[in-house]
Design a protein around this ligand. Structure first.
Ligand SMILES: Cc1cc2nc3c(=O)[nH]c(=O)nc-3n(C[C@H](O)[C@H](O)[C@H](O)COP(=O)(O)OP(=O)(O)OC[C@H]3O[C@@H](n4cnc5c(N)ncnc54)[C@H](O)[C@@H]3O)c2cc1C
Length: 431
């Protein structure tokens, strides 16, 4: 009999399997993954020498040194890369983070940005608590940065009024992802300041794209005896005696789930009010458009694009993450577009608009493109609206009463990166 069944075989699923087996070597752990390919959002595909991270641009970084080191130890050959990311403002590239690079703005804009930034700091009371995401942006960055960059950029990625988005995922008093005003003044005067230091360099596998970290973790999990079944779609979960039956064929003592919470409750035939609550869990899909290009990439990693008339919010030269991501003299670019759920998706139209947007920004001309491929992911970004946050706590509470452990970005319905997913799993894998 299986001791633990892990639903979903992405980053969360494989890490849970690994960490649990490290603690309980005799446990029988099986991971059930719907796709025929492994890795979830961390999948990579190599086509004619061009490597695409098909779940979007992924790099490894963390503020948590222990977790960062654990992730780096998983990969067999890892590159450390000083980040070169930019914001495309009025078709002109300013290094990221903007508030630490005001000197790169034209003179008039620089003055306006600095004055409104300082005004916001001066007017904000010490005990200020932002009411919502828009409130946080205006009160911490000032109106200029808000209106020219942060508001239009975030409207593009989230596709919801920013007043409806909670700040729980960015703002925890004492843990500030906000700039020091002294650095902002220094940067406006032309002194070099780095900003969020933990993001100033990133790590990336030399071979195999971001999927390499998944594959290495999977290799370790196998060696510890974890079973991974791919192409296994979990469609039903039933309580039987002191265990669970999955699809009426796998019996296990305990379930750990990384599959989307809204879908899990339906598979469990949860009461109607829980299903209704789970329908309020909000999210965006992500369309990743990959381009193989017959010219070398500029010295850039990724670019944030706030312009409302361009469909994508970010593009990334992933051939600069590892030189092995494109053949010599060529480059690989990926572009991300978010799409709200329940909206028909015309991928061809999005691709065409993406190519137009890239031309308009002067990134790539049609004749320089060798081929284009797009990947649509139903689950890209959980959206932390105030309503969905409330719904999530109630659904998780109900799940907890059934003894099911949620893990990962979708199992917990949190806007978590790989590091946060890992941190949470370490806490949860010791039952
Ligand atoms: C565009 C983008 C960029 C990102 N960039 C970064 C970055 O730079 N750095 C970083 O650290 N993180 C980044 N992330 C976040 C990172 O991708 C996630 O934190 C991580 O991949 C989440 O892993 P997961 O296992 O929780 O979810 P997933 O990878 O989504 O895995 C869930 C798995 O469950 C499976 N599943 C679903 N339903 C069923 C079912 N019924 N039966 C069986 N299996 C099922 C799915 O097929 C999937 O494989 C990014 C995410 C996106 C979308």
């Amino acid at each position: 009999m299986t001791s633990v069944a892990v639903l979903g075989g992405g980053w969360a699923g494989i890490l849970f399997g690994l960490e649990y087996k490290l603690r309980k070597p005799n446990a029988r752990v099986v991971i059930l993954e719907k796709q025929r390919t492994v890795g979830g959002l961390l999948r990579s595909e190599k086509i004619n020498g061009h490597l695409f991270d098909i779940g979007g641009s992924h790099v490894i970084f963390s503020r948590n040194k222990t977790i960062l080191n654990r992730m780096l130890e998983i990969i067999d050959d890892v590159l450390e890369v000083p980040r070169k990311s930019f914001i495309a403002l009025s078709r002109h590239f300013v290094p990221y983070p903007l508030e630490n690079n005001l000197n790169a703005l034209p003179e008039e804009d620089k003055i306006d940005a600095l004055i409104s930034f300082l005004e916001a700091w001066k007017l904000r009371p010490d005990d200020f608590i932002p009411k919502n995401f828009r409130d946080w942006i205006h009160n911490f960055f000032g109106n200029w940065i808000a209106e020219k960059y942060l508001v239009p950029y975030n409207l593009k990625i989230w596709k919801r009024p920013l007043e409806n988005i909670d700040v729980d995922w960015i703002y925890t008093p004492g843990r500030l992802p906000i700039p020091d005003w002294r650095d902002v003044v220094r940067s406006a005067m032309g002194q070099l300041t780095i900003g969020y230091i933990e993001q100033s360099r990133f790590y990336y596998p030399r071979y195999g794209g971001i999927q390499r970290i998944f594959d290495c973790a999977m290799g370790m999990a196998y060696r510890y005896g974890v079973r991974y079944i791919k192409g296994y779609n979990v469609v039903s979960i039933k309580r039987v005696n002191d265990g669970w039956f999955i699809n009426n064929e796998i019996y296990c003592k305990k379930i750990v789930s990384s599959i989307p919470l809204n879908e899990l409750v339906k598979l469990m035939e949860a009461p109607e009010h829980i299903i209704r609550l789970a329908e309020q869990l909000d999210y965006n899909r992500v369309l990743v458009v990959g381009l193989a290009i017959r010219k070398p990439a500029p010295e850039q990693h990724w670019i944030y694009v706030p312009a409302p008339d361009i469909p994508f919010h970010r593009y990334a030269w992933i051939s600069n993450y590892s030189p092995l991501n494109a053949p010599p003299g060529r480059s690989t670019l990926i572009v991300e577009v978010t799409i709200p759920p329940n909206q028909p998706v015309n991928a061809e139209k999005y691709v065409e608009e993406t190519l137009q947007g890239l031309e308009e920004l002067g990134v790539v001309k049609r004749e320089e493109i060798i081929f284009v491929k797009a990947w649509l992911h139903e689950y890209g970004y959980p959206v932390h609206t105030t309503t969905s946050n409330r719904a999530r706590s109630e659904v998780l509470h109900w799940l907890n009463e059934w003894g099911i452990t949620p893990i990962g970005r979708w199992g917990c319905w949190q806007y978590w990166n790989m590091d946060k997913v890992y941190e949470d799993i370490i806490e949860k894998s010791s039952f």
